[in-house]
Ligand binder design. Structure first.
Ligand code: TXA
Ligand code: MG
Length: 333
């Protein structure tokens, strides 16, 4: 199936380069010129712009179709860059950065003076992370400054975990796509807000919440409540995100076989509970399932099914992030 048939951008002319040292150095030059570069991280592909160039960040928001008051994560090439972007980071921030950077953890901190409003959406805080991917780190260091990068998809859609996904979504709207192969984590970073007295989880992600709590020696409160499948899900109350275009329904494993119709696309975990009706079966291990989740959602979305049915994985800590993304993909839109 061609990209255009499935409603993506015109992928034919997107510029994708294998992430060689030459391509990375060209990408760094493009960033210096205020252009947009998509690059791999360990979580998902990012759409990067020079974080210190407000006009470049503005273009980033326009390309993504993202509301201007929605802040973007600033990517650092080294933990020592943190002090240029955050004002008096608390001890907990140093501890977490030391333990989890480079890695899939974003820290929301009070912003340093001079951090552009375009980056923070006008907020007094800034989200910072150091990605654990050789291409991302080489790009950041070659550019020599921080890179603002949301996931390289259109706003509200499924995040890209392969260079082809970026090309499909953004086509020629991005100046260069660095291809570093499939992302190893496959879901976005965990976001912890440390800007007020008590740490709060803003988004579950690649670093388990329990690992953060263990390091800080304290419970981390949650600002989201979407991992409870017994919670009422009235229309419009769940923020829709990571969403396929096809109507998507989250279904308990026990009823998947009853609910599935012939023209549904079905995603299951571990094994197929529907006697052969599952379209894709991802591994029953939560880390491996997260790695394949977005690619699977994209394939199911391209299958021209009436609905996408997704099995709800167990209500256990290791499934927190996958469950969160499933509930958002299936939120009533
Ligand atoms: O894994 C990731 O974090 C990926 C890769 C590319 O690094 N990036 C990513 O960015 O997921 P994005 O823009 O798709 O999601 C950023 C999230 C948003 O939910 C935004 O609200 C939150 O981070 N965020 C960023 N800065 C923030 C701030 N100052 N305060 C609160 N939330 C913030
Ligand atoms: Mg995103």
């Amino acid at each position: 199936m061609s990209a255009v048939d499935a409603g993506g951008a015109d992928a034919g002319t997107a510029r994708i380069l294998e992430a060689t040292p030459e391509a990375i150095s060209e990408a760094a030059d493009l960033l210096k010129q205020g252009r947009l570069v998509a690059f791999p991280t360990e979580t998902v592909y990012g759409l990067g712009a020079a974080a210190n160039q407000p006009a470049a960040v503005k273009r980033l928001f326009e390309t993504k179709g993202r509301p201007a008051d929605h802040p973007v994560i600033v990517h650092l090439g080294d933990a020592s860059w943190l002090s240029a972007w955050a004002a008096e980071p608390p001890y907990a921030a140093r501890q977490l950065a030391e333990a989890f950077w480079p890695g899939p953890l974003t820290l929301v901190l009070r912003r340093a003076e001079g951090v552009p409003d375009e980056v923070t959406g006008g907020a007094h805080t800034v989200g910072l992370r150091m990605p654990d991917h050789p291409v991302a780190l080489a790009l950041l260091r070659s550019f020599g400054n921080a890179v603002a990068a949301p996931s390289a998809n259109r706003f509200g859609r499924i995040s890209p975990t392969r260079a082809e996904h970026v090309a499909f979504d953004l086509g020629t709207d991005v100046d260069l796509i660095l291809d570093g192969g499939p992302c190893q984590v496959g879901v976005e970073s965990t976001i912890i807000d440390l800007s007020s007295g008590t740490p709060r989880l803003l988004r579950p992600g690649g670093v388990p919440l329990e690992a953060v709590e263990q390091l800080l020696g304290t419970r981390v409160g949650s600002a989201m409540d979407s991992t409870r499948d017994d919670a009422p899900r009235a229309p419009g109350t769940l923020p829709s995100h990571y969403a396929p275009s096809t109507i998507t329904v989250a279904v308990p494993r026990a009823t998947l076989a009853d609910v599935a119709q012939v023209d549904d696309a079905v995603l299951a975990f571990g094994s197929d509970p529907t006697q052969g009706r599952a379209t894709i079966v991802l591994p029953g291990d939560a880390v491996a399932a997260a790695r394949g989740l977005y690619d699977a959602l994209r394939r199911l979305d391209a299958a021209a099914a009436t609905r996408i049915l997704i099995e709800i994985p167990p209500d256990e800590p290791q499934w927190r992030t996958v469950r969160d993304r499933i509930f958002r993909a299936a939120a009533v839109r």
